[in-house]
Design a binder for this molecule. Structure first.
Ligand SMILES: NC(=O)c1ccc[n+]([C@@H]2O[C@H](COP(=O)([O-])OP(=O)(O)OC[C@H]3O[C@@H](n4cnc5c(N)ncnc54)[C@H](OP(=O)(O)O)[C@@H]3O)[C@@H](O)[C@H]2O)c1
Length: 343
C-alpha cells in the first residue's frame, strides 16, 4: 500500500569554529514515498553519537571524507525495515549501518551496500549494546588494545576516557587479560563507577588536578600500555611514566577536537626514545573483516557477566545538536546514543 513518510533530517549548515553551535545545523523535513521495486524503506531507531563527528565536520584530508555543507550529518545507527521490495531485507529486519541523522532512509541495493547495511540480531542483545560494546566502540577497544597495545598479563594498562564508550571496554578487556588497570576520567562519580562497577584497579580524576601523583600512586611499576582517548596534557603526563618497550595506542584526542589553534602535540615524546617505546595510531574501520571475532569474544564475556556495557540514551532527533555537545563537556556517562524512534 502506498504511504508517505515525513523524514526529518539534520544537515550541516556551516563548518564550526571551536564547539559546534546551533547555527552550524539546519533541520529540514522531506517527504518520502513507499519504496519502489528493488527498494527498502528503513526507519532509524538509534544513532551513535561519536566524538569523531566533530572531525567529519571539518574541511580537509582525514581517514574519511568530510560531510559536505548542506548534506545530512553522517551517523552510524540501527534501524528497522518498515517496507520492503527486496526479499533479503524483509520488513521487521534490524539493520546496522550508516544512517545519517534522519528519521528514514529509502535505499536500493547499491544504496544498501554503500551504507554498509548489515542485519543485527536484537534477540541476542538490545540495540544499545550493538552500538556500544558489540558495535564500533567495542571493536575499537578490542583491536586497539589487543592488536596495537598487546598487553601481557601482569602489566599495567592505563586508559583515559575510562568511563566512556571505548574506555570502559578497554579497561574491562585488560582486566580479563590479567593486567593491572588504571583509568583516567573526569569527576569522582565517573571514577567511582569505573572502579566499583567495572572492576578497574584504580581511577584518577584528572579534573581534580592530581594526575601526576595519581599515576605515581596507582602505577608503582610504571605504565606498559597507555590507551589514549584524549591526547593533550594527559598524554604528555602519562609519557613521563612509561616503561621500557611501552606501547601507546593513539585512539583519539578529544581534548583537541574543538581547538581553534594548532593541535597540542606531546612535548614529552622523547620518552619514547629513552624507553624504546612505540606510539601507534589505529582506525577501527581497518579491522572490519575481523569484527566477527571481536563480537564473539565480547559477547561471550558479556554473557558470562565479565564485561558490562553502559549507555547514556537521549531521546529525539531534535535533541541532536545539544546532545552531541555532551561528549565534549564530559556530561555523557557511557556510550552516548540518540534514540530517534522506538520500533
Ligand atoms: N581510532 C578509532 O578508530 C576510534 C573509534 C572510536 C572512537 N575513537 C576515539 O576514542 C575516543 C573516545 O570516544 P568515545 O566514543 O568512547 O567517547 P566517550 O569517551 O564516550 O565520550 C567522550 C569523553 O571524553 C572525555 N573528554 C571530553 N573532553 C575532554 C578533555 N578536554 N580532556 C579529557 N577528556 C575529555 C569526557 O569524559 P570525562 O568526563 O572523563 O572527561 C567525555 O565523556 C575519542 O577520542 C574518539 O575520537 C577512535
Amino acid at each position: 500500500m502506498d504511504a508517505t513518510y515525513s523524514n526529518k533530517q539534520v544537515r550541516l549548515a556551516a563548518r564550526p569554529v571551536g564547539l559546534p553551535r546551533a547555527t552550524d545545523w539546519h533541520i529540514t523535513t522531506e517527504s518520502l514515498s513507499s519504496p519502489a521495486e528493488d527498494e527498502v524503506l528503513i526507519k532509524t531507531l538509534s544513532l551513535s553519537l561519536d566524538p569523531a563527528m566533530r572531525g567529519w565536520m571539518n574541511e580537509g584530508r582525514s581517514y574519511i571524507a568530510p560531510v559536505g555543507i548542506g548534506e545530512v550529518m553522517r551517523a552510524n545507527g540501527i534501524g528497522i525495515v518498515v517496507d520492503s521490495n527486496i526479499a533479503e531485507f524483509p520488513a521487521g529486519m534490524h539493520l546496522a549501518g550508516w544512517y545519517g541523522v534522519q528519521q528514514y532512509l529509502k535505499l536500493d541495493r547499491t544504496g544498501l551496500k554503500g551504507a554498509a547495511m548489515r542485519p543485527v540480531d536484537t534477540a541476542l542483545a538490545p540495540i544499545e549494546k550493538w552500538l556500544n560494546a558489540l558495535g564500533g566502540p567495542g571493536m575499537t577497544a578490542y583491536f586497539g588494545l589487543l592488536d596495537v597495545g598487546r598487553p601481557n598479563a601482569g602489566e599495567t594498562v592505563v586508559v583515559s576516557g575510562a568511563a566512556g564508550a571505548v574506555g570502559q571496554t578497554v579497561g574491562q578487556i585488560a582486566k580479563i587479560k590479567g593486567c593491572r588497570v588504571v583509568g583516567i576520567a573526569g569527576g569522582a562519580k565517573k571514577c567511582e563507577f569505573v572502579v566499583k562497577e567495572l572492576g578497574f584497579d584504580a581511577c584518577i580524576d584528572y579534573k581534580a588536578g592530581t594526575l601526576r601523583e595519581g599515576l605515581k600512586t596507582h602505577c608503582p611499576d610504571g605504565v606498559d600500555v597507555y590507551f589514549d582517548n584524549v591526547g593533550g596534557e594527559i598524554l604528555d603526563t602519562v609519557l613521563t611514566k612509561i616503561n621500557r618497550h611501552a606501547r601507546i595506542v593513539i585512539c583519539g584526542a578529544i581534548s583537541q577536537y574543538n581547538s581553534t589553534s594548532a593541535i597540542k602535540g606531546p612535548a614529552n615524546y622523547l620518552s619514547l626514545l629513552v624507553n624504546r617505546a612505540r606510539m601507534e595510531g589505529m582506525v577501527v574501520f581497518d579491522y572490519a573483516p575481523r569484527f566477527g571475532e571481536a563480537i564473539q569474544a565480547i559477547g561471550g564475556w558479556m554473557k558470562d557477566g565479565r564485561l558490562r556495557s553502559l549507555e547514556d540514551v537521549v531521546d529525539g532527533i531534535d535533541a541532536f545538536p545539544d546532545t552531541l555537545l555532551k561528549l565534549f563537556n564530559g556530561e555523557n556517562f557511557g556510550k552516548l546514543i540518540l534514540r530517534v524512534a522506538t520500533a
